[in-house]
Design a protein around this ligand. Sequence first.
Ligand SMILES: NC(=O)c1ccc[n+]([C@@H]2O[C@H](COP(=O)([O-])OP(=O)(O)OC[C@H]3O[C@@H](n4cnc5c(N)ncnc54)[C@H](O)[C@@H]3O)[C@@H](O)[C@H]2O)c1
Length: 293
Amino acid sequence: ADAAPVAGRPVRAVGVAGSGTMASGIAEVFAKAGYEVVLAARSAEKAQTAKARVGKSLARSVDKGRMSAEDAARALERITPTGTYDDFADVDLAVEAVAEDLEVKRQLFATLDKVCKAGAVLATTTSSLPVVACARATSRPQDVIGMHFFNPAPAMKLVEVVRTVLTADDVHATVREVCAKIRKHAVDCGDRAGFIVNALLFPYLNNAVKMVQEHYATLDDIDAAMKLGGGYPMGPFELLDVVGLDVSLAIEKVLHREFRDPGLAPAPLLEHLVAAGCLGRKTGRGFREHARR
Ligand SMILES: NC(=O)c1ccc[n+]([C@@H]2O[C@H](COP(=O)([O-])OP(=O)(O)OC[C@H]3O[C@@H](n4cnc5c(N)ncnc54)[C@H](O)[C@@H]3O)[C@@H](O)[C@H]2O)c1
């Protein structure tokens, strides 16, 4: 028989580390759900800018009639921007969303280990690095777990919850409970490159690039086929241009390295476009030309 379910640790205040796309989106998600949020970046200015970005996003939700102006104002008030991680002393959960660089993340986890109280849950949003390597940068690897959100975090419903071999059961339970409270659907997976979504998605995207490279089909026909025949909301080339060709290439390289499967080697056409600076929507040109915003 299964063991009795383990209860999570209480979470009232949440620390979010970083000031980029994911950090501001995640801060918004927690603040909307009623958590006190400490938003910490390398400088107070960066943290304030990130909070301002949350304010703009909340204002858009109000404009679209998705929330009241009062609720938006209350959510924004729950976010305290700061330039020092010392302000994480009282958080029950710290979520790290800084640059995707293992040395940067390991240093940050060493800092979290110093400043966070005993029993705080320490989470990383890494897309491709081993969660266990972050855990090993602390003196409390049992408290470290992955919470892989999707971009944009306020809109995307999924969180991949990544346990390492060292993660404690009540830490896992805490994160599952928090996901329910922020109204995200949590799925569990192991600490392996790509988790569930990227491990299945990127080999598919890479195979689509290979089809074009081999002149087997055109990109317009492949996009149409996968939307109309596969039921996908976007075709593979539309999606690659949105995600960014450089980001996609980096993920494919990680998958190739981890699984040592020659079929996972990035398609040369993708590498070529990245070398040419055609990175997708963000540069105005990827697989297709895009009007600059
Ligand atoms: N963008 C996505 O689609 C997505 C989705 C899921 C998870 N993630 C993960 O979220 C994390 C953040 O990604 P992002 O897209 O928000 O990136 P981003 O480039 O928007 O933000 C990265 C942030 O890290 C900060 N930073 C850089 N070096 C730092 C350092 N030494 N110390 C502290 N902060 C530093 C930068 O100032 C910036 O605010 C990454 O681990 C990424 O893999 C991204």
